[in-house]
Ligand binder design. Sequence first.
Ligand code: HEM
Ligand SMILES: *[C@@H]1O[C@H](CO)[C@@H](O)[C@H](O)[C@H]1NC(C)=O
Ligand SMILES: *[C@@H]1O[C@H](CO)[C@@H](O)[C@H](O)[C@H]1NC(C)=O
Ligand SMILES: *[C@@H]1O[C@H](CO)[C@@H](O)[C@H](O)[C@H]1NC(C)=O
Length: 476
Amino acid sequence: MFPPLVYVIVILIIALLNWLYSWRNPRCNGVLPPGSMGWPLLGESFSFFSRNTSFGIPPFVKDRMQRYGPVFKTSLVGRPVIVSTDADLNYLVFQQEGQLFQSWYPDTFTEIFGRQNVGSLHGFMYKYLKNMVLKLFGPESLKKMLVDVEQAANASLKRWSMEGVVDVKEATAKVMIFDLTAKKLISYDSESSSENLRESFVAFIQGLISFPLDIPGTAYHKCLKGRRQAMRLLKNMLQERRERPRKVQGDFFDYVLEELQREDTVLTEAIALDLMFVLLFASFETTSLALTLATKLLSDHPLVLKQMREEHDAIIKQKGDADSGLTWSDYKCMKLTFQVINETVRLANIVPGIFRKSLRETKFKGYTIPAGWAVMVCPPAVHLDPSKYKDPLDFNPWRWEASTHTQRVQGVKNFMAFGGGMRFCVGTDFTKVQMAVFLHCLVTKYKWDPIKGGNILRTPGLQFPDGFHIQLSERD
Ligand code: HEM
Ligand SMILES: *[C@@H]1O[C@H](CO)[C@@H](O)[C@H](O)[C@H]1NC(C)=O
Ligand SMILES: *[C@@H]1O[C@H](CO)[C@@H](O)[C@H](O)[C@H]1NC(C)=O
Ligand SMILES: *[C@@H]1O[C@H](CO)[C@@H](O)[C@H](O)[C@H]1NC(C)=O
């Protein structure tokens, strides 16, 4: 008969085929949504991460929507995933947070943001942290911060106008993180600090939404290294503060130290540091991307810019003094500006996918979502749906006019740039204050000419690969 080796090989081949079969046809008690699981282990990760330069729905999602419909299955970075572009499923996922679904990010994200980051925490600890963040960035706190935001915007714009050509992406990121968030959180002073928080963050961000291959030279590897550096810096600063407490308490570090000293506290140093990292990251990247895109869109749409100038000039005129500083009620008057902000974040799709894990088997429109699978809600598919937003790729702030559109658009079903349900972005109001105030200072005092850059790239996260360089000059 055959030598034993042949039997071994045959058995191995059968086992392999069996494994391949079960990879492509995952077990399920009902009917899984259509779709392909792609290659073993890799799944369809490569197409998911492939680059595109359009404002449209990511080709990965668009192709599959056409082929399979609004809900389909796939596999990303080693995980079975159900992708949802369906308004009702999105709604269910957001509303059932903690019951049928739970916030979940791919292991690579956990690796990047820390095992104890807010996104991965649930239940009591999550609520506790959320309250902490709301104290920092909630409405009461924001009212007090309005002055700081205006001063930071005012001073940076002045500086940029003297510098010649500036990259809005880089320059706004610097303001957001160093002049606002890092000051508020850790009293970080970029001028007097020797260690470079900024460089760590840049490396970190470039690899953030990249393919998770941790070998030297890859963006992902640099990303993890950037995180380690930034975390070491934060840890040292916290340690320093502990040894030399300040007389006047003020920033988030002071608050954390006070909490850590309480006997019944649930906070640990690791959790506090992870939280700080997430907050710094969120303000470093998201708001500056939105502001860069807003500046670019305003350059391309002179009529919007003109009307926005009128809105802001009127605010100043009514105050009588350009330098008396904005008040909360001035801020609340910026009607067109809020429409511009909504329209910008709708088109920006800064967060291309919101991830959850299914905790229990769920039936939806005849399909079964097995327990343990990931679900990815896809905001761009909603924001660029022509039945919800007419001519979805057009930048048209007036579509948010209350009488025509807002009523219909309001609510999580049609607008989810900041997420939805319990996990709705806690930085939303902070972002809006920063953007509105910055735009106020920009359009009232300056005019600008685009010099180079301004092209977008999606990987699938939004990027400006060559920045957006403008020349600022004072308005006559
Ligand atoms: C244009 C700017 C921003 C956009 C588009 C944005 C988007 C989002 C989205 C979509 C979520 C939901 C994630 C999920 O459901 O899993 C989220 C959550 C979050 N955001 Fe933002 N964000 C922005 C700015 C900020 C800022 C400035 C901060 C910091 C102050 C911040 C802090 C957070 C935090 C801590 C969470 C987690 C909340 C939770 O899990 O309950 N965000 N953000
Ligand atoms: C981007 O996607 C569109 C389809 O949505 C496709 O036609 C185009 O070729 C893609 N561009 C690049 C650079 O991949
Ligand atoms: C803006 O900056 C200028 C100097 O660059 C200063 O005179 C003015 O008072 C500032 N305005 C506000 C509102 O901070
Ligand atoms: C912007 O969108 C939010 C969320 O849908 C909505 O509540 C708000 O009214 C919108 N703002 C404007 C000016 O339409």
